[in-house]
Design a protein. Structure first.
Length: 666
């Protein structure tokens, strides 16, 4: 189709172009324009077949919280590239993902769709995701802009958040994604500081377009527009889905002199640009994965995203990695997730897959040669004696527990961080009768394990690991693959330990009085014990850190070098994390912030030198007096290690920028 000239569209057509043609498509202006199909993500293609009104089957990849636990940027690229393939297959033009909202509240119903509590990790993975999609000629849509960190009353509750916190925490992943020039951004439902995201000119125009240099299209979340006139004034380009009144409202506004045709044209041009981008990138639409390879990708991501949280007495793996000897003669599996694990939380991101999951107990039996037995929980009159006998007769019990889509999903928050009473009882009772107990958790976010953690030997966080969960888990449990996932969010001990925003709402506003102290920044600042810290995850291998050195390239460009040695006889991948601490500052700063990471494969006894770059953003904070990012000269520390609470290496450096870009600090 030839490039469309805005002058060929009537005002009526232009007003229509600013809302969708239907739920998923843009307006076609009677065949003059290509209609773009927008389809959900972010954890696979969720696209409704307009003829049958049912979703197409697609690969159910692990949810993004599991992808985040891989800390693997290449994997994030391949993940979204595989989804883009399915977009190509079904003619979807824009994929509604990734979601880069920060996990501020462990109860948020949509945590499973988001990456992390940390803006740097979220931004790095978000960038890779955007690139993976767009390299295939499909547009990405980074969502939900912004400060949508709760599902409770998400459409109305105003997020009251100060400018520094917005910039350092909630906007930062969006800003980082700009590097990959996303074709579109989706605004969130919630008001921010009393103005709906869809009408928030300051955030859409002044920050996103001007400050961050975004030149793509801004669409609304589905139904997030309250008044299209205010939305257009705020520079929102596309109100989704179609609304029958919007054309009239906009035309009337022009007639009444409340809106100029120029203002409409500016927004229309963004829609035309998106259509043009989609057409001019059409030649990139080349499929690289077969159906089987996409499934394999789902397995691969799950293998790297499942996290081994606890493994007392090295009860895992079931088979010795070194000599292949079986450690047990009988394993008892309990819980419906063993047969068919939850692939995802509920809502618009849930992918329909045709893949028949293979039962975990059978896979383990085949891989290890160990006898397995299985029992499913029964809600009514469970015969506990039968359950206990199986637990008692086996060497190990594996209990699979988690939250279904009624507990975790879009549009509501969890009520508790704990498993249900029934599930906690099951764990405690089976553990009482078992020689050794392993719990596998299938939830979308942190779990309070205080009732049972001390009674079990091992805990595996599977999360929502998609359609390949059991293939991944069986390999990990049997030691055929090594665990290499680490938590992208803190697991506090109880909800009471989490910041108070996680517990109380007045039903009208959500006050972000925790400021920049979100996730580990909060637990560090308050010196709180946590159950499992941000960045934690065990491996069958063991790694030792040594020899940190810093190479200075400019006043704020540094290369951090350190060595990691695999001191075990098992090969594995280690995620090393680099945090920066401002030693003394005129403003309150977190005790440390993640500014770099690396995931590296090491053979037994191998040593590798790792290099991580630091730059301006590693040292700067958002100064509200200057309205910009600012580095205050002085001492900084670089801390390196395997989790946010295990940082054996430390190096000091002194940033001394020229005096003319500094202010007095004495
Ligand atoms: C969700 C978005 C989604 C859209 C379209 C909304 O309810 O918040 O994430 O992309 O629906 O399904």
């Amino acid at each position: 189709m030839e490039k469309i000239d805005i002058k060929k569209l009537s005002l009526e057509e232009k007003a229509l172009l600013l809302t969708g043609a239907d739920i998923w498509r843009t307006y076609g202006a009677n065949g003059k324009l290509k209609q773009l199909f927008l389809a959900d993500g972010p954890q696979g293609l969720r696209m409704i077949d307009t003829e049958t009104n049912k979703p197409f089957n697609a690969t159910a990849l692990p949810a993004c919280h599991v992808l985040a636990n891989t800390w693997n940027k290449d994997m994030a690229y391949e993940y979204s590239s595989a989804i883009a393939d399915e977009c190509i297959l079904h003619n979807a033009d824009v994929l509604l993902g990734p979601g880069v909202n920060i996990k501020r509240n462990p109860l948020c119903g949509r945590n499973f769709e988001y990456f992390s509590e940390d803006p740097f990790l979220s931004g790095e993975l978000g960038k890779a995701y955007v690139k993976g999609v767009q390299d295939k000629g499909i547009g990405a849509c980074v969502k939900h802009y912004c400060a949508n960190n709760n599902e409770y009353d998400r459409c109305y509750q105003s997020s009251e958040v100060d400018n520094r916190t917005l910039h350092e925490i909630y906007l930062r992943p969006f800003e980082m994604c700009m590097e990959e020039k996303p074709w579109s951004i989706m605004c969130s439902y919630n008001p921010i500081n009393g103005i709906y995201a869809s009408e928030n000119r300051k955030l859409l125009n002044d920050v996103l377009r001007k400050e961050f240099g975004f030149d793509g299209l801004i669409m609304s979340d589905w139904g997030a527009v309250h008044n299209p006139l205010y939305a257009v004034k705020a520079t929102l380009d596309l109100c989704m889905p179609h609304h029958k009144d919007y054309q009239d409202i906009l035309l009337k506004a022009v007639e009444d002199g409340k809106l100029t045709e120029k203002e409409i044209d500016e927004r229309v041009q963004k829609v035309l640009d998106l259509i043009e981008k989609s057409e001019s990138n059409y030649s990139k639409r080349k499929i690289s994965y077969t159906d089987e390879q996409r499934h394999e990708k789902a397995v691969e991501v799950a293998k790297e995203g499942v996290v081994l949280l606890k493994n007392d007495g090295d009860i895992l793996p079931f088979v010795n990695v070194s000599d292949g000897a079986k450690k047990y003669s009988k394993i008892f599996f309990y819980g419906a997730n063993v047969k068919k694990p939850f692939t995802s939380g509920g809502g618009s991101g849930k992918v329909e897959t045709a893949y028949e999951q293979k039962p975990l107990d059978e896979l383990v039996k085949n891989l290890s040669g160990i006898e397995t037995v299985f029992m499913e929980e029964s809600r009514f009159e469970p015969c506990w004696r039968a359950v206990f006998k199986q637990a008692y007769d086996s060497d190990v019990s594996v209990i699979a527990m988690g939250d279904d889509t009624n507990v975790e999903g879009e549009g509501f928050n969890r009520y508790t961080m704990r498993l249900s009473n029934e599930q906690e009882d099951i764990i405690l009772n089976i553990a009482r009768h078992s020689e050794k107990t392993i719990v596998i958790l299938y939830t979308g976010s942190a779990v309070d394990m205080s009732a049972w953690i001390d009674c079990v030997d091992a805990v595996v966080f599977a999360g929502y690991s998609g359609e390949g969960a059991n293939e991944a888990l069986s390999n990990l449990l049997c030691g055929k693959s090594n665990f290499s996932g680490k938590l992208a969010e803190t697991f506090p001990i109880t909800l009471q330990d989490a910041f108070k925003g996680g517990r109380t709402f007045d039903g009208e506003t959500d006050l972000y009085d925790d400021g920049i102290f979100v996730g580990y920044r909060y637990y560090d600042y308050e010196n709180k014990e946590v159950l499992f810290p941000f960045g934690h995850g065990l491996s069958y291998a063991q790694f030792e850190y040594s020899n940190i050195r810093i190479v200075k390239n400019s006043e704020y460009d540094y290369e951090v070098l350190y060595d990691i040695t695999n001191i075990s006889n098992v090969a594995g991948k280690e995620i090393s994390q680099v945090y920066v601490k401002d030693v003394s500052s005129m403003v309150r700063r977190p005790k440390k912030e993640l500014k770099g990471f690396s995931k590296d494969y090491l053979e037994p006894n191998e040593t590798k030198t790792i290099s991580v770059k630091l730059d301006f953003s590693s040292f700067a904070y958002y100064n509200v007096s200057l309205d910009k990012w600012y580095i205050e000269n002085g001492a900084f520390e670089v801390l390196v290690g395997g989790s946010s609470r295990n940082l054996p290496l430390k190096a000091k450096l002194n940033v001394q920028l020229p005096q003319d870009c500094q202010y007095s600090d004495g």
